[in-house]
Design a protein around this ligand. Structure first.
Ligand code: FAD
Ligand code: NA7
Length: 443
């Protein structure tokens, strides 16, 4: 029997387990290793930072009050809709707890929980003399090493957990709070304070908005590639990149300064796979066309290793599903792979294509076409990627119109065609992010 190891029980790992569970023809034995004590990956909130209760690096990067930063309709599983899960239409930008409930709802129905070894941190994946792989893991609950052999390995350990933390001169003596977004948990702790946010991508825009919403005195955003350019509310301003810090005074490249109480470095994450042997480790930057993955999934130097969700992400859950279905069908021998030279040619041509894309609208279409291509090669249900692309573009326009108000719009389910109701409370005023509050009919 073919033995498959899946590393990580976040959305990607759960997609992989679900793909096998959905296939009555599959006789593969699938075992998942998850270092946390529950599933859901980043959506499984933890208050911890630094090291977890076992001394492992804490995986969690999500924070309290986090609401989906894209329309839920753009990530809807094609075989398990939001209406099916919640029993009625719900608004388009759910808080983390609501999305967690949705992810877990499908996983529970699929019934593969007993295939997951929780509290197991994978320490090493290596080729063995039998022609397969040996996975060495640490059973954190029992505090002992375990090891097993597999024919295939699917790496689904995420890539938004290990901070990229650049140094700026003066950090050593900065007297305020200094953290990476990975350790940001509660915007309310910064109420009344002036905060410097470094970066200009998703984390920067959302952390700045959170800080404003929960009462920071002011937020100064600093970026090296130009301003985010949103129509920010009073209290949020943008500056060029900082050059250095003296005491609590931040100096920027245009010669201006600002005195701040705290710095949140929203400077992205590293693809980090210390548990993979050198010849099996993916090395890539955070982009749509990753290095070394044929069809964005199959590791070119060794086709028995797959990586899921390693792209920068417009598309998420439904793309992860399409990748998992593709990986499953490669493992089951239904999809024939071309030779290594052709795989490498595909990767470089695909990267060249991404490099030619002019703007974010083109990148949305690029990832939509990629996802559609995987769907077309498998029996994952078709889910109308042109509509999803259009909704991502509408969402971008809404953000341009109002970075604080874009979540107060309703989008269309690609499954049911239902236009989502508008939430009972505008995002900027909704301080309670609980599932109960979100699903209630009124505030
Ligand atoms: P993860 O969710 O990171 O899960 C990986 C799992 O692997 C974890 O459970 C981890 O414990 C486990 N693991 C890691 N290493 C090991 C090991 N050595 N051994 C065993 N287990 C291991 N996406 C959206 O669609 N909408 C959003 O609004 C959104 N907001 C986000 C906000 C933040 C702050 C961040 C950081 C990301 C956000 N994302 C969002 C993107 C997010 O990456 C995906 O939604 C999704 O969580 C990716 O799933 P994953 O399974 O690839 O990785
Ligand atoms: P991203 O999207 O990878 O963005 C990283 C940001 O960090 C980006 O603006 C970078 O600027 C900036 N960066 C990186 N290095 C530096 C240095 N040295 N100095 C200044 N700025 C730097 O990560 P995010 O955390 O925003 O988003 C990741 C996920 O979390 C995403 O899926 C969201 O949904 C939530 P650049 O543009 O390269 O100049």
């Amino acid at each position: 029997m073919t033995r498959v190891a899946v590393i990580g029980a976040g959305p990607c790992g759960l997609s992989q387990l679900h793909a096998f569970a959905s296939d009555p023809q599959s006789s593969a034995e699938v075992v998942c290793y998850e270092k946390q004590d529950d599933w859901g990956g980043l959506w499984n909130y933890s208050w911890r930072t630094g090291l977890d209760e076992h001394g492992e690096p804490c995986h969690a990067s999500m924070y309290r009050y986090l609401w989906s930063n894209g329309p839920k309709e753009c990530l809807e599983f094609a075989d398990y809709g939001f209406e099916e899960h919640f029993g009625r239409p719900i608004a388009s930008f759910p808080p983390r707890e609501v999305l967690y409930d949705y992810i877990v709802g499908r996983a529970n129905r699929s019934g593969f929980r007993d295939q997951i070894r929780f509290n197991h941190a994978v320490r090493r994946v290596s080729r063995n003399s039998g022609g397969g792989f040996t996975i060495a893991a640490h059973d954190l609950a029992r505090d002992c090493d375990v090891s097993d052999d597999y024919d295939y390995v699917v790496v689904a350990s995420g890539h938004f957990s290990t901070p990229n933390m650049p140094h700026y001169p003066g950090y050593e003596t900065f007297g305020g709070t200094l953290m990476h977004a990975h350790d940001f948990r509660d915007a309310a702790q910064f109420a009344g304070r002036t905060v410097l946010v470094i970066g200009s991508s998703y984390s920067a825009e959302d952390v700045a908005s959170q800080l404003w919403k929960y009462g920071a005195r002011s937020v100064v955003c600093s970026s090296r590639s130009g301003p985010m350019g949103f129509d920010w509310p009073d209290g949020i301003t943008e500056r060029p990149i900082l050059t250095h810090i003296e005491g609590r005074t931040v100096h920027f490249a245009d010669g201006t300064t600002a005195d701040v109480d705290a710095i949140v470095s929203c400077t992205g994450y590293l693809h980090h796979f210390p548990f993979m042997d050198d010849e099996l480790r993916l090395v890539t930057t955070n982009r749509l066309a990753t290095s070394d993955l044929y069809r964005g999934v199959v590791f070119v130097p060794d086709n028995r290793v797959m990586y899921l969700g390693m792209q920068d992400q417009w598309y998420t859950f439904n793309m992860f599903d399409a990748q998992a279905w593709y990986a499953r069908d490669v493992i089951l021998g239904r999809i024939e792979l071309p030779d290594a030279a052709e795989q490498a040619r595909w990767v470089s041509e695909y990267q060249a294509l991404e490099d030619q894309v002019a703007d974010d609208y083109g990148l949305i279409d690029f990832q939509g076409a990629y996802t559609q291509d995987l769907v077309d090669q498998t029996d994952y249900p078709d889910f109308n990627t042109p509509l999803v692309n259009k909704m991502f573009k509408d969402w971008k326009k809404h953000k341009k119109q109002s970075i604080i108000g874009y979540r107060d719009n309703g989008h269309t389910s690609p499954l049911t065609g239902t236009v989502a109701p508008i939430h009972h409370t505008a995002w900027s005023e909704a301080l309670d992010d609980s599932l109960e509050s979100y699903l209630a009919d009124s505030a």
